[in-house]
Design a protein around this ligand. Structure first.
Ligand code: NAP
Length: 249
């Protein structure tokens, strides 16, 4: 069987790891990028292989252009023919009001959450576009409900970075719509992952969950299913659109 290749940035933990496992179940060979946590990335690969799938890990900081080039060059030499990209890697910094945010923090957030998506999308389009000899493909950008709420009192910088990701999704989707590439986004919120601890509040989902119409937090797999649908041929006439995965909030 010919496997389709998917690249998932930040695939070692949380939503990215769940997406890697669901993608492998759907028959993709999965290239799992991570930043630091090799052990977690290897656990995802082992899980996929135990279930008969194909996966490899690759360490790279996707906020760095040099490292993104290295990542894609390795992908080309290992598997070639990228079919799907999930721009999932993202970071939070501790909760602060805007008047307490210094420039270094803002640069880190925008570099990790926005520049990374542009760089990886660029490299994916160069390989997928039918105008450049590719056979098409699909991209999903992982945004956040914060893009709509602004996350006041928590992390307006993070929310603004996700707003930029949504604008990338809209603009790029139209640029490449007649080149065989679909570009969509998901906007999750209140998902049980490690990211809330890096925002300084590990128990954030449980604090907020009663204000969510469904009265619960979400699981990474629930985001992964939406991502895989947007990547699939079932979503063949959808581009530049978003699925909110927020329990109704
Ligand atoms: P997480 O559990 O903290 O995992 C983050 C992942 O991103 C890890 O695999 C990490 O790698 C990787 N990563 C971070 N910076 C990277 C970089 N510069 N280069 C390569 N990989 C990098 O986060 P998560 O909650 O699954 O979040 C995934 C995405 O969903 C993010 O874009 C986040 O903003 C978005 N999101 C999450 C929620 C939520 O409630 N959890 C809500 C809305 C949006 P290491 O393991 O090596 O550190």
């Amino acid at each position: 069987m010919k496997h389709k290749t998917i690249l998932i940035t930040g695939g070692s933990r949380g939503i990215g790891a769940a997406t890697a496992m669901v993608a492998a179940n759907r028959g993709y060979q999965v290239f799992i990028n991570y930043l630091k946590n090799e052990e977690a990335a290897m656990r995802v690969v082992e899980h996929i292989k135990l279930n008969g799938g194909r996966a490899e890990t690759f360490q790279a900081d996707v906020s760095s252009e040099t490292e993104v080039m290295r990542l894609f060059a390795t992908l080309d030499s290992r598997w070639g023919n990228l079919s799907a990209l999930v721009n999932n890697a993202g970071i939070l910094e501790p909760q602060r009001r805007v008047e307490e945010m210094e420039a270094d923090r803002l640069h880190r957030i925008f570099q990790a959450n926005v520049v990374s998506c542009f760089l990886c999308a660029r490299e994916a389009v160069l390989r997928m576009s039918t105008k450049r000899g590719g056979v098409g493909g699909a991209i999903v950008n992982v945004s956040s409900l914060a893009a709509r709420t602004g996350a006041p009192g928590e992390y307006v910088d993070y929310a603004a970075s996700k707003g930029a990701v949504d604008t990338l999704t809209l603009g790029l989707s139209k640029e490449v719509a007649d080149e065989g590439i679909r570009v969509n986004g998901v906007r999750p919120a209140f998902i049980y992952t490690d990211i809330h601890a890096s925002g300084g509040e590990a128990g954030r989902v449980d604090r907020i969950k009663d204000s969510v119409p469904m009265k619960r937090g979400g699981q990474p797999e629930e985001v992964a299913q939406a991502i895989l649908w947007l990547l699939s041929d079932e979503a063949s006439y959808s581009t530049g659109t978003f699925i909110d995965i927020t329990g109704g909030k």
